[in-house]
Design a protein around this ligand. Structure first.
Ligand code: BMA
Length: 321
């Protein structure tokens, strides 16, 4: 079992890395950043699989316990071969997030092309047939997550447009999931912190009595390149453009070899978490090093508490002799 170290609030599964390239039944370069959801009493992951040319597709993996997955023999979704989507997915489809809203599973993903990264939306009832709905942003936008229910009669999403060279988390609203507006900035990068340079929503928001719990990723540039960590924030239930509390420290940082070394080292990046119906437990699925998929466990309450900790960083001083 891997040793618990640092202040990580997400506890790594001892069987990590959970899904590697050797677990994919078709030839590919890497597997990472998976959406996660319960479907028909099974855990279902929608994996981002990068093919040998460097373009990403989506494949399904299924599990009864949330730890041991079997990957379907073929991708379930590949970059569109027909317009109007073909133009915007020519370099791949990436980083899916799934939200169940009124009985339909919506997949928000990044459509990547020569024009940059846009948000795109698709839906499914059964994960056998996936229907594209639309490209729902202009570039440069990524990390779109839909709230699992309407807020004040409208669909709502968090996303991460780039503005002024910086990626911050915004919120937008829509009547029909296609036309989005009423956009506001929700939270920004924090100078001097682990999320100093770029932030983006990770898993879709989780409803709790104290607010919408959002797991997000934060990037800090270092002389050795960027470090991607996970953090948590609590947003107001009625007006999620308002931050109720933001955890001062990361909830997961790259520490293990499979997080430190990979196609892109020093990356933990989540697109989905599954909450237990019974005990408030949470399984957080995350891509590590852009090369494999891992899982960690925590509780919703533990994350909510982190968000409500004092903003002031605690500094533990060594005891004097
Ligand atoms: C982000 C996204 C993720 C990737 C991460 C680290 O911008 O592209 O897909 O995991 O960078 O490379």
């Amino acid at each position: 079992m891997s040793k618990q170290c640092g202040r990580d609030i997400i506890h790594r599964w001892e069987g990590n890395p959970m899904i590697c390239v050797d677990d994919i039944p078709f030839r590919c370069n890497s597997v990472f950043n998976a959406a996660a959801v319960m479907y028909n009493h099974q855990y279902l992951l929608l994996l981002r699989v990068e093919d040998l040319k460097g373009r990403s597709v989506f494949a399904l993996a299924r599990s009864d316990d949330g730890f041991h997955f079997t990957v379907d023999p073929r991708p379930v979704m590949v970059p569109a071969e027909e317009e109007p989507f073909k133009t915007y997915e020519s370099r791949g489809i990436e980083d899916p997030r799934i939200s169940l809203i009124d009985g339909t599973y919506y997949i928000m993903y990044t459509a990547y092309s020569a024009y940059g990264a846009c948000l795109a939306l698709a839906s499914t009832q059964d994960f056998a047939t996936i229907k594209r709905i639309g490209v729902v942003s202009q570039p440069e936008n990524k990390d779109g997550v839909l709230f699992p229910k309407k807020i004040d009669g409208r669909y709502a999403r968090l996303d991460r447009p780039i503005g002024g060279g910086v990626g911050n988390i915004w919120i937008s609203y829509s009547e029909d999931l296609i036309y989005w507006g009423d956009s506001k900035v929700v939270m920004t990068t924090r100078p001097g912190y682990w999320d100093n340079d770029r932030i983006g929503a990770s898993a879709p928001p989780i409803e709790t009595p104290k607010g919408w719990l959002e797991i997000y990723h934060g990037v800090k540039h270092t002389s050795a390149g960027p470090v991607y960590r996970l953090g948590a924030v609590l947003l107001d239930l009625e007006d999620p453009s308002k931050v109720v509390g933001r955890a001062p420290v990361p909830i997961l940082s790259p520490r293990e070899y499979y997080e430190r070394i990979g196609d892109i080292g020093n990356v933990v990046f989540s697109c989905g978490a599954v909450r237990s119906e019974f005990n408030g437990g949470l399984k957080v699925y995350y891509g590590a090093g852009d090369t494999c998929i891992c899982v960690g466990t925590t509780t919703v309450n533990a994350l909510v508490e982190c968000c409500l900790e004092d903003e002031e960083m605690e500094v533990e001083l060594p005891m004097s002799a």
